[in-house]
Design a protein around this ligand. Structure first.
Ligand code: SAM
Ligand code: ZN
Ligand code: ZN
Ligand code: ZN
Length: 429
């Protein structure tokens, strides 16, 4: 049976990249290329109580599940709509109590397995690609990745066996590999992590470090928009990674997580690397080995910090890590060097969490200009930073600075089209 496909977009064999998506007609910058409902989605544990588990709406006064008291919903419809998924966890969370701790990937895979059981026809998320046909890159997994998948499978059995019949081990390995390579993290307009989801049609897009498309979310719907003009027949690319970092770092990240080496224009020309690696102006030096040593240090501290944050280290320790590393790196790197920006961005996040808005704002003001130079012209990272600055100015009662920052958001968002997410009241303050 032939299925309907999609207007204006088709799947094709992209030389050297597997399948890809391409435009069958021209699109202008800002156009919606397509949208795709989540095949399965899961809300992060840390967002519970703030966002509806079913439709991912953020609002106050959500109603909680009377049984587990851990899942929150807009209303009875959302609760009913979510039950087929929530029942996988509701009683298990009560039974395990404090010990209930499956990873977000495991939680998502449990939901996919439950959905696969009932979803017999092609879903609205699979107009061009079926979930079961997503790339797994199975032959490229190294031992470390295999072990991680085995640990996830063990977690799945441990936390979900009561309410789920599992496919065989090989099928589970494939499914985890597919989710690792094709899964999306859902973020809000400030780029806070809300949860994880699979969107098979969106996963058809290959990666470029100078993407012509961007993915944003409206509830659990993914929207793909052009951030450059797209000609008829052009491949549509999105970015899988944070594009702040120099070419070598991006290539390593893409190889490690997605098993390919990027051959995009930016990876070939490295045109932004020099600015990204800007050094402090010193009369003599810094010497090449000093720079290499500091880059090595920067990469280690970035990893250490990520781990510390994940382990929910005390905020003060996190802030201290940022400050100490910036002190050290500042001997060699300019303030606009991406490794400095990375730590400032993290420090800003910690300050926001501690509700120290003045400090958050001063970090934000330092990163915004280099951010807008180092990221692509229309970038969610830049837009969300302007939004945060605008909201900080509002919180601190600085109305004219707020409106300047929020105007910049509007400029970015006219293309990225997140306007609907920004409360209009913010513009009028
Ligand atoms: C989310 S999938 C994209 C769709 C995929 N090409 C397919 O056939 O299903 C990610 C995988 O696509 C391939 N890929 C994505 N971008 C690529 C690129 N720029 N160059 C080479 N391979 C790429 C890699 O195998 C990667 O693991
Ligand atoms: Zn809802
Ligand atoms: Zn419940
Ligand atoms: Zn690239």
């Amino acid at each position: 049976m032939k299925h309907e496909g999609m207007d204006g977009i088709e799947s094709f064999e992209s030389p050297g990249k597997g399948r890809g998506l391409r435009a069958t007609r021209p699109y202008r910058i800002g156009d919606l290329l397509f949208s795709c409902p989540a095949y399965s989605h899961v809300l992060s544990v840390s967002e519970r109580g703030y966002i509806c588990e079913h439709c991912f709406t953020r609002k106050e006064g959500l109603a909680k599940c009377g049984k587990c008291k851990k899942a929150f919903y807009c209303n009875v419809e959302c609760q009913r709509g979510d039950w087929a998924m929530h029942k996988l966890e509701c009683s298990a969370m009560c039974a395990f109590g404090e010990n209930w701790c499956p990873s977000e990937t495991v939680r998502l895979v449990a939901r996919i397995i439950a959905t696969l059981k009932v979803q017999k026809d092609r879903s609205a998320s699979e107009k061009l690609l079926l979930l079961k046909d997503m790339e797994a890159n199975l032959d490229r997994l190294d031992n470390e990745k295999r072990e991680m998948n085995e640990a996830d499978i063990a977690g799945l059995h441990h936390f979900y066996s009561k309410h789920l019949d599992f496919p065989d081990h090989q099928a589970l390995l494939t499914l985890f590999a597919q989710v690792n390579c094709n899964g999306f993290t859902v973020e809000d307009e400030e780029l806070s992590h809300l949860g994880s989801a699979v969107f098979p049609d969106v996963a058809l897009m290959n990666h470029s470090c100078c993407p012509n498309a961007i993915v944003t979310y409206r509830g659990t719907l993914a929207e793909v928009r052009a951030v450059q003009d797209v000609g008829q027949g052009d491949e549509i690319y999105t970015s899988y990674i944070d594009l702040l970092y120099p070419t070598e770092d991006r290539i390593e990240r893409l190889r490690d997580s997605y098993y390919f080496s990027c051959d995009c224009r930016e990876c070939k020309t490295k045109s932004k690397d020099k600015a990204k690696m800007k050094l402090r102006k010193l009369s003599d030096g810094p010497r090449p080995e000093e720079i290499r040593e500091m880059v090595r240090y920067a990469r280690i501290i970035i990893d250490d910090f990520r781990r510390a944050k994940h382990e929910k280290n005390i905020l003060f320790t996190l802030l201290e890590m940022c400050e100490l590393s910036m002190d050290k790196m500042g001997a060699v790197f300019d303030e606009s060097n991406v490794y400095m920006l990375h730590m400032m961005y993290q420090a800003m996040g910690v300050c926001l969490f501690m509700e120290d808005y003045d400090s958050a704002l001063s970090y934000g003001e330092k990163v915004i200009k280099p951010f807008s130079q180092l990221y692509p012209a229309y970038s969610l990272n830049v837009a969300s930073m302007y939004l945060k600055l605008g909201r900080l100015h509002v919180a601190l009662g600085r109305s004219s600075a707020a409106s300047t920052a929020l105007k910049k958001v509007t400029g970015q968002h006219e293309v990225i089209h997140m306007k609907s997410h920004i409360h209009t009241s913010e513009h009028t303050h």
